[in-house]
Unconditional design. Structure first.
Length: 210
């Protein structure tokens, strides 16, 4: 994975309003740990040399900057999910708003299946940058590819950075649609277990982790 691809993805998400005020972070798995965006640096100013390679135990392997404060969250996901090749953590507005209500996204739309299950869970609350948050995130991601972080934002994983980024965008889209329904006072008609089963069957390879 070229460092330039990580920076391009971060800038694209930033341009969409998913990474306000230098928030959010991206990483890709490496043979030794992960390559992650640095702490406190605007994405418009980030260069390949600013990325930091971190071992899953937190040791700095390469780079001259501090890694993102959420390196523990990324490391915990890689440790728990061997299939994950990339992690995208955003503060996208609608997903973050829903996380501040500590509410999951229920199966009101069939695209929820891209998250790997019947909903997009919201994790338990924990302070940003802590091992407790990393643990809460991994728990919310069990059997899932995406989750909300209580009072914080959203996380998506993928085999590739492109896949994780696409899923993060879909989580935001689902959160926006769900909040629009609730704002209109319309109760969403939730898909049944049988209907979701048909969705997963129809997705086939389309629903695989990418």
């Amino acid at each position: 994975m070229a460092a330039g691809e990580i920076i391009a993805a971060a800038r694209a998400l930033d341009a969409l309003g998913f990474m306000p005020s230098k928030s959010g972070n991206l990483s890709v798995r490496t043979a030794r740990g992960c390559l992650i965006t640095p702490a406190g640096l605007p994405y418009a100013e980030t260069a390949p040399v600013d990325l930091v390679e971190v071992a899953l135990d937190g040791r700095i392997l390469a780079g001259h900057r501090r890694p993102s404060s959420e390196w523990r969250l990324h490391a915990a996901i890689y440790a728990a999910r061997p299939e994950a090749g990339a992690v995208v953590h955003t503060h996208s507005p609608f997903a973050t708003a829903l996380s501040c209500a500590r509410q999951p996204i229920p199966p009101f739309h069939y695209m929820i299946a891209l998250g790997g299950g019947a909903d997009i869970r919201c994790s338990a609350y924990a302070t940003f940058g802590t091992a407790a948050l990393a643990e809460a995130c991994v728990a919310a991601l069990e059997g899932r590819r995406a989750a909300l972080l209580a009072n914080h934002g959203a996380v998506a994983l993928g085999r590739t950075l492109a896949g994780a980024r696409t899923l993060a965008m879909e989580v935001e889209n689902l959160a926006r649609q769900y909040l629009a329904l609730r704002a209109a006072g319309l109760p969403p008609a939730l898909l049944t277990e049988a209907e979701l089963g048909e969705v997963f069957a129809q997705f086939g390879d389309y629903g695989r982790l990418t």
